[in-house]
Design a protein around this ligand. Structure first.
Ligand SMILES: [Cu+2]
Length: 503
């Protein structure tokens, strides 16, 4: 990857291991946001022979210059940090060869993809050092902004944090006929948003505090596509942003600095029936939304994450979960050319058959954190290397065990999953292999911005309850399971995950 930084890294005197908050404030003051040029990730459309498309991803360790003159050790796919944007079309059979050139076991999971269990890239498809793995499957789902990332048992958090992630765009027969901005890197912009924390020596700081283990890894340095506080020079007055929360734990409360409205056109797994106008929206870890933003006023505007209280509740949790306002990226539209596109009044309905009348099974899931009743002691045991049976982070009382299948699902069946959060903090719940619809939150219909197909749903703390409706695809495998888990990667790594097979 090109050296990509344009910012002075401030070293503070009296160095401690962590970059103290005062130093990050200093950094913010010294280098006003907007100094750095936006990087559009390389687009990789593979090598095509008819409907068969082949890709190669090479996982490497490298160094990335996030701050001028400071080389941070990172991991990447075909580059030093993050990976290319892969792109394919419904009906294609993709064949992706993943080579592991790092000194550790890893995996690549295709997040949001419907596919056979042995191609999923979860903990059951480890790639050892100096080995490769070929994942091959037909793309059968609708146009969407998906992504890929490491899903290595107990190591997803650090491997994603250091850079093993990228976007995967799917097109279909109708997605290019909706009149949307669709020129890659010009008016159709992939944006992987991540928060990071650095040590004094410029290395990433990872899991250095109890809070990191409890709340998940959060930082106050925001990057988009691996660039700190970038400025995107808008080439068109109507911009389509594919906003992907590639962070380990943080939920962003997205809004523009001037409060301007924008239109949400797609959620995790496809288009909304019609654009939904709003001026703020939350985006939890692993979620994606596509938005259209009108910049025909040709001004500069900041995309921000607004301050939040952390969801209320116990004082300590509020303190730990609350967030201050953060700048994400600036859009500079002063040179924007008049777009020929307009915000469509209607997009389209999904043709995925999801009907509540066909439900044959309802399952209940309780998300649990063992703060109380000895949980802290268990966590200390785990940090000291003890196994985490019935550990700190659980679903239905159990921590993830790679040798335990939690339940079986029938292929082609429709189910409702009822997820209750019996912990004080919000958890983004993700299910592999399906696209679901949110039926209700605490009995109330979901917000229109959540009405599209999804694969992650944020379940707020303190016993809130979300019901999701999904149909399992035709793929079956009695032995190899799919995962369901919290997408706060430190929670996943510590056990908030389970496994199901489809037969
Ligand atoms: Cu969680």
């Amino acid at each position: 990857m090109k050296k990509q930084s344009r910012r002075t890294f401030i070293k503070s005197a009296g160095a401690s291991l962590l970059l103290p908050l005062s130093t990050t404030s200093l950094l913010a003051k010294t280098s006003p946001a907007g100094l750095n040029t936006f990087v559009v990730p390389p687009l990789n459309t593979g090598v095509r022979e008819g409907n068969k498309v082949s890709y190669k991803l090479s996982i490497n360790a490298g160094k990335t210059e996030f701050f001028k003159g400071v080389n941070t050790p990172t991991l990447g796919l075909n580059q030093s940090y993050l990976g290319p944007v892969l792109r394919a079309k419904r009906g294609d059979t993709v064949s992706i060869k993943v080579e592991n050139h790092i000194n550790d076991v890893t995996t690549v999971h295709w997040h949001g993809m419907t596919l056979p269990a042995n191609m999923d890239g979860g903990p059951h498809q480890p790639i050892n050092p100096n080995k490769s793995w070929v994942s091959e499957y037909e793309i059968r789902q609708e146009a969407a902004t998906l992504w890929y990332h490491s899903h290595t048992m107990h190591k997803t958090g650090p491997q994603v944090y250091f850079g093993l992630a990228g976007m995967f765009i799917i097109d279909d027969e109708g997605s290019d006929k909706l009149g949307l901005p669709d020129e890659y890197g010009v008016d159709d912009i992939p944006c992987t948003i991540q928060d990071r924390r650095f040590n004094q020596d410029g290395t990433f700081s990872y899991l250095n505090t109890m809070q990191d283990n409890m709340m998940g890894m959060k930082g106050f340095i925001i990057m988009v596509n691996g660039v700190v506080a970038p400025t995107l020079v808008a080439k068109s007055t109507l911009m389509r942003l594919r906003l992907h929360n590639g962070s380990n734990a943080r939920t962003y409360n997205l809004a523009f600095g001037d409060g301007r409205p924008f239109h949400v056109i797609a959620t995790d797994c496809g288009f909304l029936h019609k654009p939904f106008q709003t001026n703020k929206i939350s985006l939890a870890a692993a979620e994606r939304i596509e938005i259209l933003v009108d910049v025909s006023d040709r001004k500069e505007v900041m995309l921000k994450s607004l301050a939040s209280s952390g969801g209320g509740g116990m004082g300590m949790m509020r303190m730990m979960g609350g967030d201050k306002e953060l700048n994400i990226m600036k859009i500079d539209a002063r040179q924007a050319k008049q777009s020929t596109r307009k915000v469509p009044t209607i997009l389209r309905k999904s043709n995925l058959q999801l009907d509540q009348k066909n439900v044959t099974q309802t399952r209940k899931f309780s998300l649990q954190m063992g703060m109380m009743g000895g949980g802290m002691g268990r966590m200390m045991n785990r940090m000291n290397g003890a196994e985490n049976e019935g550990g700190m982070f659980r679903i239905n009382g159990k921590s993830m065990d790679i040798n335990r299948i939690d339940f079986q699902v029938k292929a082609n069946s429709t189910e409702i999953w009822e997820i209750t959060n019996d912990s004080p903090m919000a958890h983004p719940f993700h299910v592999h292999n399906v696209q679901f619809r949110i039926l209700d939150r605490n009995g109330k219909r979901p917000h229109p911005s959540e009405s599209g197909l999804k694969d992650v749903v944020l379940v707020p703390g303190h016993h809130s309850r979300v019901r999701i409706l999904m149909k399992f695809p035709e793929y079956s495998d009695a032995k190899i399971p799919y995962m369901y888990h919290c997408h706060i990667l430190e929670h996943e790594d510590q056990g908030m995950m389970g496994q199901f097979t489809v037969v």
